[in-house]
Design a protein around this ligand. Structure first.
Ligand SMILES: Nc1ncnc2c1ncn2[C@@H]1O[C@H](COP(=O)(O)OP(=O)(O)OP(=O)(O)O)[C@@H](O)[C@H]1O
Length: 474
């Protein structure tokens, strides 16, 4: 039997002092030395093991209790091929039958170019494993909580938005009344609605009204702006993703389809969907089922779909930019929101309603706009529709110190001519604009009559005929 001394480090003291367990093996796999730390860790004394195949004492079984033949043991493999190994997912067994997780290395010992044996150095990593385990558990708890919080947050926000009270669609023009009638007809069905209209006409307002009047009003309406996400992000936004589905997906996340379960899903700017996203959406609408990105579980949802766009979707179909089958799926009940220029009669009512909100928002009294401004507001073509009106009023309201706004920045003069006006209306607005520009000076050099190339008396009689009068405040 080779002795310890055959390949024992010269400094025996060192071997005894280290806290790692150390076993030496000869070429037959028999123990040739065992240090005190190894004895302490395993409970096996050196004289019980020396000269024996000690695998059968401290390494006979895997952690699950299944047999671990010594030929499979990395220490024995090092004895065969002379290659060093490092292992940290096994256990060593104590004399009392218990086991502990271990990290060990098996290092070949060479002498004069010949393999003489192997040294195995090991340490008990129970504490490290326990710490890892509790860290993993804590992390899982944090992840579950953060996922739950994210879902609840989305729901709460959606609910908060839904509590904005009764209809805010202001206007008594025929086209708005007709729109309201159609909304009431379709709201309480589960039919998909496609809302079309220019930017700022109130499409989102219509979607909210549909949801509020439906039996789903107690569930959330979840909105997605399809233009706000790249094609790949949109997919995970709509359908959610599993943990690890892509780089950065550190948690499982529910998509908007799942969040809208039992409620309404509002797809704003739907024309902006990529063709790929359109195919996926079509499949979900057909099957009412989908999978999260990176997942295989089929998720069934019950949602009412409302889509909106400022594009002519039919035209986008003809241009090959929008799938025809999806168009028909969405266009079950089409609603058209009219542009503001087609309902100038609603402007006084809208101004009052918008000023009421602004007054609250800015904390100052805002009673209305003066008559001339109102007239000019009604003559403007409003390419940005109600949103533009809202912004213009807000700007004026911030600048003013009076409760009645005298609109200084109506962009009327720079705008293209308003369509659908009579000749008399165009004439009136042109005279009015010139009067404003000339500070209502009718005659004399630089006066309105001179600018318009009319005798002052003719101008006065035109103004009378057209009902143009300077209001008391001017
Ligand atoms: N009829 C209306 N009565 C009162 N406010 C309105 C009306 N229409 C629109 N608004 C207001 O105008 C703003 C723009 O409306 P909304 O966002 O619904 O328009 P949109 O058509 O969805 O716009 P976009 O196409 O840009 O998404 C909102 O603040 C909305 O409250």
């Amino acid at each position: 039997m080779p002795t310890q001394e055959s390949f024992l480090p010269e400094n025996r003291l060192l071997l005894d002092a280290v806290s790692e367990g150390i076993y030496g093996f000869d070429l037959d796999g028999h123990a040739v030395f065992i240090n005190p730390a190894a004895e302490r860790m395993t409970g096996w004394q050196a004289d019980e093991l020396l000269g024996k195949t000690i695998h059968n004492f401290h390494h006979h079984s895997h952690a699950d209790g299944s047999h671990y033949p010594h030929e499979d043991c990395p220490i024995y493999q090092t004895l065969k091929d002379g290659k060093a190994r490092e292992i940290s997912d096994e256990v060593f067994w104590r004399k009392d039958g218990s086991s502990f997780p271990v990290h060990y290395s098996s290092t070949p010992v060479w002498q004069d170019g010949k393999l003489k044996g192997v040294v195995a150095i090991f340490r008990d990593i129970s504490l490290q494993k326990q710490t890892e385990q509790s860290l993993r558990q804590a992390l899982e708890q944090v992840q579950a909580l953060s996922e739950q919080l994210a879902s609840e947050n989305s729901l709460l926000q959606a609910e908060l938005e839904d509590k904005r009270g009764p209809s805010q669609i202001t206007g008594s023009s025929d086209c708005i009344q007709n729109l309201q009638k159609q909304i009431r007809l379709v709201a309480n069905t589960d039919s998909t609605v496609l809302i079309q209209g220019e930017n700022g006409t109130g499409k989102e307002l219509v979607a909210r009204e549909l949801h509020q009047l439906s039996s789903r009003r107690d569930k959330p309406m979840i909105s997605v702006n399809c233009a706000a996400f790249s094609a790949s992000l949109l997919e995970s936004e709509l359908f959610g993703h599993e943990k690890g589905a892509f780089t950065g997906a550190s948690n499982r996340r529910k998509g908007r389809f799942e969040l809208a379960h039992k409620g309404t899903l509002f797809l704003d700017e739907v024309a902006e969907l990529s063709l790929e996203a359109q195919s996926k959406l079509l499949r979900v609408i057909q099957e009412q089922e989908f999978e999260r990105v990176g997942g295989s579980e089929r998720i069934k949802v019950d949602i009412r779909l409302i889509a909106a766009t400022h594009h002519d979707l039919q035209k986008r179909v003809e241009q090959g930019l929008f799938r025809m089958d999806l168009f028909y799926r969405l266009n079950v009940f089409p609603l058209k929101v009219p542009p503001l220029r087609q309902r100038a009669g609603d402007i006084p009512e809208l101004v009052q309603q918008l000023l009421r909100s602004l007054s609250q928002k800015l904390g100052k009294p805002l009673a209305g706009v003066d008559a001339v401004s109102l007239k000019r507001l009604q003559q403007y073509s409003w390419p940005g529709n109600v949103r533009e009106l809202q912004n213009l009023l807000e700007r004026e309201a911030i600048l003013t110190h009076q409760p009645v706004l005298k609109m200084s920045s109506i962009p009327g003069s720079q705008m293209p001519p308003v369509t659908g006006q009579t000749l008399a209306e165009v004439e009136a607005s042109h005279i009015l604009l010139t009067l404003e520009n000339c500070d209502w000076r009718i005659s004399g050099p630089g006066g309105v009559a001179a600018v318009l190339g009319l005798p002052p008396s003719t101008l006065r009689s035109r103004m009378q005929k057209l009902g143009i009068r300077r209001s008391a405040r001017q």
